[in-house]
Design a protein around this ligand. Structure first.
Ligand SMILES: Cc1ncc(COP(=O)(O)O)c(C=O)c1O
Length: 462
């Protein structure tokens, strides 16, 4: 096994070489970045688009299926897929057709379109919960669900897991303080937050994922309105739930009068209908977002019949006026058309079978590559979603996942692949397979990954 210090030095050298190569080969993206800098903060429509690890942002000219072409005319196989927004491929044909058909019949009216009942049927059939509401982003869907959960339980506190990400929902932007001077388990604001003036730890408790004793300790205090979690942590690397953990959350929330909210925005990669449906766990609320309208902004939250009754009671007994739940454009006509096309024609059993088969093959090939280079790393897979982690065993909680992170290695691998037309998801090492990904795309990633590891352990020069 290569000495870790040597590997680190090689990664830093490779990163420097690849940054130079990127600058040489992307003159058009560089020019666009300079132009956009005149009116956009950091030269990008969203400030974090500048944080991808490329020397300047990569501008996209065209995206279709599992590929996109950048401003410099280079074809890329896309394993990021808009970090799940394009999990069903870029511009799926049925969605493009539905959008085109709706395009001349109105976009938004603040009234339900005639398609609304059918969209309700599609959501219920697809995800297995009987009642639904829409939102424009998964962030908003989570935010609204927290409101409902607090309203119906009359409790103020929320329980989340260390390392969670549920979009930019203020209540969830917490860390577990480990610094000296803090008690273990002290929930504090994430240090990176901008402009947050509230002490989020007052109403949010974070504990370690897979620690059922810590969960029960908090639930037993009788103050928790709901637990909000993904069925596996997918945003701090990937941390799968131990066998029975989510089922135990289900049982304990019921026992202590709290609600269970499963955020399946990313774990709908596990199978058609998501992890909960495929594992026979019925949450009180289920949140889905990102790809449910084929990549157009849309999200939804489903709930049980019992919850629907409690929600109506809370709403009907509140004074008239703002509920604090909802936004003007949510559930617009265009979005309904796109959700309907996605759920009925794109997110099919056949599409998932293809995605899962290829993802399994990719997992095997990447694992073989890692082993043949004698590196202490692993691939963790959740359906169509794979994560490369710089540790020998899959992490059991966010602390272990954080310990495995290595910015230089991550930066070098991402940029090496990107410079050879393969895109991974930024901020960690996620690869997603879509219905249009094919065997040649998988081979391209595996070949480039192998080559990259050869260079990193210096079996080969760049
Ligand atoms: C699990 C999970 N929930 C919610 C969100 C928020 O999605 P959006 O940014 O579309 O609001 C994300 C975003 O990455 C996510 O990973």
């Amino acid at each position: 096994m290569l000495n870790p210090n040597l590997l680190q030095r090689n990664a830093e050298q490779l990163l420097a070489d690849e940054r130079a190569r990127y600058l040489e080969t992307h003159p058009r993206s560089i020019a666009l970045s300079q132009q956009a800098n005149q009116h956009f903060l950091y030269g990008v429509p969203m400030h974090w688009m500048n944080d991808w690890g490329t020397p300047t942002p990569l501008f996209v000219a065209h995206a279709q299926g599992a590929h996109f072409t950048c401003a410099d005319g280079i074809d890329h196989t896309d394993f990021c897929l808009g970090d799940t927004g394009a999990m069903f491929g870029h511009s799926p044909a049925p969605v493009a057709k539905a959008i085109a058909a709706q395009a001349s019949s109105g976009y938004t009216t603040m009234l339900p379109s005639t398609l609304a009942p059918e969209v309700g049927v599609a959501l219920a059939e697809h995800f297995g919960l009987p009642y639904w509401q829409l939102a424009t982003t998964a962030t908003d869907a989570n935010r609204f669900v927290l409101r409902w959960a607090r309203a119906v339980t009359g409790r103020k506190k929320l329980l989340v897991f260390d390392g969670c990400y549920h979009g930019t929902v203020d209540d969830t932007m917490v860390d577990v303080a480990m610094a000296e001077g803090f008690e273990q388990d002290n929930t504090i604001n994430r240090a990176s937050l901008l402009g947050q003036v509230h002490d989020l730890g007052l109403h949010t408790i974070a504990v370690a994922f897979n620690d059922i004793a810590a969960v029960e300790r908090e639930l037993a205090k009788g103050e928790i309105a709901c637990i909000l979690t993904e069925p596996a942590l997918t945003n701090c690397g990937m941390v799968p739930a131990k066998a029975g953990f989510i089922e135990a959350l289900r049982a304990l929330t019921t026992q202590y009068g709290s609600l269970l909210v499963l955020d399946e925005t990313h774990t709908i990669s596990t199978g058609r209908g998501g992890w909960a449906k495929n594992n026979q766990v019925i949450p009180d609320f289920l949140v889905v977002g990102k790809p449910i309208a084929g990549g157009l902004p849309a999200a939804a939250y489903g709930f049980s019949a019992e919850l629907a009754t409690r929600m109506k009671a809370a709403k009907d007994s509140a004074p008239a006026g703002h509920s604090g739940i909802g936004t003007t454009l949510s559930g617009n006509m265009m979005t309904l058309a796109a959700i309907h096309a996605t759920l009925t024609e794109v997110s099919t059993e056949a599409a998932y079978e293809h995605m899962l088969t290829l993802a399994e093959s990719l997992e095997k090939q990447l694992t073989t590559s890692i082993k043949s280079h004698d590196l202490p790393w692993n691939i963790t897979r959740l359906g169509a979603r794979l994560e490369l982690q710089f540790c020998a065993e899959t992490p059991k909680n966010a602390q272990e996942a954080r310990a495995a992170q290595n910015d230089s290695l991550e930066g070098a691998i991402h940029l090496y692949l990107l410079n050879r037309g393969v895109l991974l998801t930024p901020f960690h090492n996620m690869m997603l397979v879509c219905p249009e990904t094919n065997v040649a795309d998988i081979e391209r990633l595996v070949d480039m990954f192998n080559e990259c590891l050869d260079v990193l352990i210096q079996r080969k020069c760049v």
